[in-house]
Design a protein around this ligand. Structure first.
Ligand SMILES: [Zn+2]
Length: 85
C-alpha cells in the first residue's frame, strides 16, 4: 500500500530552483517599513537587490554570513562586498 517515492526522482528536472530566490520571508518587514525602507521591502520581495536592483538568489552567496545578511537587508553578494569592505 505504500506508494510514496514515485515522484521524488522527478523533482528538479530543468525547472529553475525557485525556492532559492528569497522574497523577504523572515525579513522584518514592519521594522524595515518603519525605518523608511518600504521601497526596499518591495524590491526584496520581488527578488531584487535594493541597492543595484539586480535579481539576487541564494546560490550567489559565498557563505552563511552573506546569506544571513541577505535575509536582513536583501542585498546581493556584490553589494555586500562593497558595503562591508
Ligand atoms: Zn546588489
Amino acid at each position: 500500500m505504500i506508494e510514496l517515492g514515485v515522484s521524488t526522482a522527478q523533482v528538479g528536472g530543468s525547472n529553475p530552483p525557485v525556492s532559492t530566490i528569497y522574497k523577504g520571508e523572515g525579513m522584518n518587514e514592519a521594522i524595515m517599513r518603519a525605518l523608511g525602507f518600504g521601497k526596499d521591502v518591495e524590491k526584496v520581495k520581488a527578488g531584487f537587490c535594493p541597492q543595484c536592483e539586480k535579481p539576487a538568489c541564494m546560490e550567489e552567496f559565498k557563505d552563511e554570513l552573506s546569506r544571513k545578511e541577505y535575509k536582513i537587508g536583501g542585498m546581493c553578494q556584490a553589494c555586500q562586498d562593497k558595503f562591508f569592505e
